[in-house]
Design a protein around this ligand. Structure first.
Ligand code: C2E
Ligand code: MG
Ligand code: MG
Ligand code: MG
Length: 279
């Protein structure tokens, strides 16, 4: 590996470059090459309606299988892809791939795709979304885009316009990792949002009285505003019971299902759909 790539890497490494900077640069180089080499794929994690127990859809989660590095977690490469701008073509790939997979799921199931701020602000984002839907044949009403509060932080008119445009098409907007940013409540007033996903750190600490109070408050807020609330990172029956008792609409987490390969999620979705039709 070092031998075959060594020549290329010399272009980027200058003597005296800090080891951390070099490692970072090497990651950027590998990441850049990974898209044409088809080293990315998507896993899908089911999302459940807590009241009915039915699976309502799944979230696409990116995976990078690097020949040299092994499987790299999104938290380790998405931020780099955002800084280099690679997230734009990479995100578009994810959107198209996710829609293509969802096209073969039982009708009515939703597909959720994460979208980063850089991507949403890039030129032609809405056009790319429309094209992914058209190409796959998935109806707009089945697509959900997950954004984080950082997307909304600069309050640009362009972002608001894009979100409105997408929503007019019937696409749903979910606010991911809710509660981890700041002034979350202000965003709910200013931006069109259909769903909030309570960050898994709150679900994990629900045994704590104060955290439990916060979770209940978010659920109540969602109910008042007519926004669906999804709990992320549900790992135990106790957590699910508490969420159900407090009227939380949806749950996602290892208890319900881990992120799985396309063929496995399709099997799961089909078995759940069959069960709800017969039962
Ligand atoms: P996220 O969108 O909040 O996704 C949820 C993360 O929590 C996923 O991590 C998932 O595997 C993990 N998770 C789900 N259930 C549980 C649970 O019960 N317990 C625990 N401990 N973890 C759980 P993952 O796949 O490593 O993704 C991390 C983040 O990377 C995502 O957070 C999302 O922000 C970002 N990401 C993933 N795929 C994409 C993508 O295609 N585009 C963009 N822009 N970001 C992505
Ligand atoms: Mg997400
Ligand atoms: Mg999240
Ligand atoms: Mg996250």
């Amino acid at each position: 590996r070092a031998k075959s790539e060594g020549r290329n890497l010399y272009r980027f490494f200058e003597p005296g470059m800090d080891a951390v900077v070099q490692a970072r640069r090497a990651l950027e180089v590998d990441l850049e090459a990974a898209l044409p080499r088809q080293e990315f794929d998507l896993h899908f994690q089911p999302i459940m309606n807590i009241t009915s127990g039915e699976i309502t859809g799944a979230e696409a989660l990116m995976r990078w299988h690097s020949p040299g590095r092994g499987t790299v977690a999104p938290d380790d490469f998405i931020p780099v892809a955002e800084e280099t701008g690679l997230i734009v073509p990479l995100g578009e790939w994810a959107l198209r791939k996710a829609c293509a997979e969802a096209a073969s799921w039982p009708p009515g199931l939703r597909i959720a795709v994460n979208v980063s701020a850089v991507q949403l602000k890039s030129n032609g984002f809405a056009r790319g979304v429309i094209s992914a839907l058209a190409f796959s044949g998935v109806p707009a009403g089945r697509l959900e885009l997950e954004i984080t509060e950082t997307v909304l932080m600069d309050e640009s008119k362009a972002v608001l316009k894009t979100l409105r445009q997408l929503r007019e098409l019937g696409i749903r907007i979910a606010l991911d990792d809710f509660g981890t940013g700041y002034s979350s409540l202000g965003y709910l007033r200013r931006f069109p949002v259909d769903k909030i996903k309570i960050d898994r750190s709150f679900i994990r600490d629900m045994g704590n009285r104060d955290t439990a109070a916060i979770v209940r408050t978010i659920i109540g807020l969602g109910a008042e505003l007519g926004i669906v609330v999804t709990a992320e990172g549900v790992e135990t029956e106790a957590q699910l019971d508490m969420l159900r008792d407090n009227g939380c609409v949806e749950a996602q987490g290892y208890l319900i299902g881990v992120p799985s390969k396309p063929a496995d999620i399709q099997r799961l979705l089909e078995s759940r759909a069959t069960r709800s039709q017969t039962g």
